[in-house]
Write a protein that binds this ligand. Sequence first.
Ligand SMILES: Cc1cc2nc3c(=O)[nH]c(=O)nc-3n(C[C@H](O)[C@H](O)[C@H](O)COP(=O)(O)O)c2cc1C
Length: 319
Amino acid sequence: MLKKMAMSFNRVTSLFNIQYPIIQAGMVWASGWRLASAVSNAGGLGIIGSGSMYPEILKEHIQKCRAATTKPFAVNIPLLYPNIADHIKIIIEEKVPIVFSSVGNPKTWTVTLKEHGITVVHVVSSSKFAHKAQEAGCDAVVAEGFEAGGHNGREETTTMVLIPAVCNAVSIPVIAAGGIATGRQMLAAMVLGAEAIQAGSLFVASEEASSHIHFKQAVIQAKEGDTQLSLKKLTPVRLIKNKFFEQVQSAENSGATAEELQNLLGRGRSKKGMFEGDLEEGELEIGQVSALLQQIKPAAEIVQELWNDFQNALQHPIK
Ligand SMILES: Cc1cc2nc3c(=O)[nH]c(=O)nc-3n(C[C@H](O)[C@H](O)[C@H](O)COP(=O)(O)O)c2cc1C
């Protein structure tokens, strides 16, 4: 029964034409073509994170991803970064089937993308923005709770509260993100009304993630309480508490302005931390769920384990 369920499981697996309702999040400095194609080949949906890529690099990743898988894959576009128009042009030219947009107004690009037959999903942190995404014509939304790694909503709504709230607010499918790395967490999200899950931190701890090995090791060593939301005056982001984080904290505590914080952040902090492996001076984006991660594994194994654990949890949901 469960095997059959996997094939045309629900609206999200049908929308993306994937086997499992498991989506690997688009992530700066982590999700290039290697990770995205490995996840798509394993039956989930792999996403190339374009936020850390110049347009020509994005093009190369799309082409390599297409050469490495015949399955659908997506590109994430954080709308706050420069080069968005160039990225959109490449996505259209390269006939990418699915776009996940985030951090920005879904109205700006959804119509253009949909005119080119592209499925559009927008990432939101509140039911108000979920409603706006639906009005903008998006095919689905990712509801991303406060636990999540990376940029985060100002309202600080946790996944447990956000998923039912967003499901009540919209009729398009909802994908749950933030704090999901096990089959039981996935089942909980689906019971709350989500039709798929998007996991980020879980896939940072994969062999195929392009992140530096020092960062991956810091992720699997992280414990409860080792991450915190930072840079709230700029764009709030959940970080591992390292030297750079402490510098930001003390600047914030002494009343630093947004401009001063921007100067402290400088350029290339996230690259320094996550891609170059500078665990002191770099920005290390990861979610609370890192506390549950203990091993770096091949992406295909992560997908299969998550799906198997989900099936087991479904058979024995209550202990
Ligand atoms: C290292 C890292 C980088 C991320 N970069 C992006 C990004 O470029 N665009 C985006 O929309 N979300 C980004 N996120 C958020 C993820 O897409 C995803 O929604 C989030 O990780 C889910 O929560 P989880 O980490 O608890 O699984 C990032 C997350 C991490 C951990």
